[in-house]
Design a binder for this molecule. Structure first.
Ligand code: GLT
Ligand code: MN
Ligand code: MN
Length: 407
């Protein structure tokens, strides 16, 4: 067999009809956002070099606008190299802002890279070295200034390096105290500058540290109420991070919504028990993604739908934009499925039957002495209750058929 080397790769199959004309047209009003580090991910992994070339920030801005995104988010270092001079910084920010102005793309969220610099090898706010803790505050304040300058309203704290490989290093209570001190300090900094900015903590169980502090939504939520300004601080949970730990992400998001603390969300996908895969939204478990979208839409969540994911390492640049469109399209498709679920007579009949079992209206049980007496003396038909099933097999199958396009 002979192979002929060709300079240009073979033409690809055409994309489906223009996205602007189909039922899932991607538009800024959907509030889809991507990080510079997501679509800009060059496909590096611990075992291999980049498979794609770096894309400049203004180029990413123009491409995201072209495919219908609302905004772009960034770490300080995604835009400005750590060793940039003041004049280099100004030029970079000017060019980035020019692309934003030209396209109308927003920067709704910003964050600090507190993990790449070897100085952060033992953590940032929780490093045992007080100089590192100071450096982390310095970097965070400068990065907050940049984020606000670009219009950010939410500031994310992902403590990827805040953790341990060995608990011999530090008493975990000390870590919590140092983390708290840093966030209290930064809340006061934001207030002192008159910034309109809220913080969102992003939990993760492990990677890059062996174990990370504030590992889950629950840890972070409880921690927030120990801060000096709990109203300024909420959550930025990520699908992959809870899924790595084998948790049900939608339950955690439900609790965050209930507490009024879902300030931001990182959408992606992940197989349980693996490294942090950050796959395209809905790529692994579309059924879980459906229940998540349904929850966000039913709850009237009005924040950004941020995709913290990246294209497979196998992809070239075209694959990156296929990936980005895919995240957004899948969200819109699942949103439409949620509307169908809420309007499906058979599904709603089952849910209605559950709510009105035994003729009850399912009223709330606010305590009163009289109500307590009434419930205590109530005669319930426990035999009937014990025998009755919940029809969840049928309900779930109807959901699956709806998702598979059979209803
Ligand atoms: C990093 C991490 C993400 C965080 C980002 C914000 S950076 O890519 O894996 O989960 O959201 O710091
Ligand atoms: Mn992740
Ligand atoms: Mn994330």
């Amino acid at each position: 067999m002979t192979a002929t080397a060709t300079a240009t790769p073979p033409a690809r199959a055409p994309r489906p009809a223009a996205e602007t004309q189909d039922a899932y047209a991607l538009r800024p009003e959907h509030h889809f956002t991507f990080g510079l580090w997501t679509v800009g991910n060059p496909g590096r992994d611990p075992f291999g070099e980049p498979t794609r070339s770096a894309l400049s920030a203004p180029y990413i801005v123009r491409k995201l606008a072209e495919i219908g995104a609302y905004g772009v988010n960034l770490h300080d270092e995604d835009l400005i190299p750590r060793d940039a001079s003041a004049s280099e910084r100004d030029t970079i920010v000017r060019d980035f802002r020019a692309a934003l102005d030209e396209t109308g793309l927003k920067v709704p969220m910003a964050t600090t890279n507190l993990f790449t610099d070897p100085a952060f090898r033992d953590g940032a706010f929780t490093s045992n070295d007080p100089r590192v803790r100071s450096y982390a505050l310095q970097k965070a304040m400068r990065s907050i200034d940049l984020g606000v300058e670009l219009g950010a309203e939410t500031y994310v704290f992902w403590g990827g390096r805040e953790g341990t490989e060995t608990n011999a290093a530090r008493d975990p209570r000390t870590a919590v105290q140092w983390f708290r001190e840093a966030l209290n300090f930064l809340c006061e900094y934001v207030q002192s500058q008159g910034y309109d900015l809220k913080f969102a903590l992003e939990p993760k169980p492990n990677e890059p540290r062996g174990d990370i502090y504030l590992a889950t939504i629950g840890h972070a939520l409880a921690f927030i109420y120990t801060l000096d300004h709990p109203d300024m601080v909420g959550l930025n949970p990520e699908v992959a991070h809870d899924t790595m730990a084998g948790l049900d992400f939608t339950h955690g998001v439900g609790q965050a919504l209930d507490a009024g603390k879902l300030f931001h969300i990182d959408l992606n996908d992940q197989k349980p028990g693996r490294y942090d895969q950050d796959f395209r939204f809905g790529a692994v478990d579309p059924k879980s993604a459906f229940f998540l979208v349904k929850l966000l839409e039913d709850a009237g969540y009005d924040g950004m739908r941020h995709f913290d994911a990246h294209a497979y390492r196998t992809e070239d640049e075209e694959g990156v934009w296929d990936f980005a469109r895919g995240c957004m399209r899948t969200y819109l498709i699942l949103k439409e499925k949620a509307e169908r679920f809420n309007a499906d007579p058979e599904i709603q009949q089952i849910l209605g039957d559950l709510r009105s079992r035994g003729g009850g209206a399912g009223e709330r049980v606010a305590f009163s002495a009289q109500r307590a007496e009434q419930i205590k003396s109530q005669t319930l038909d426990l035999d009937a209750i014990r025998q009755q099933g919940y029809a969840y097999e049928r309900l779930d199958q109807l959901t699956v058929e709806l998702l598979l396009g059979a209803r």
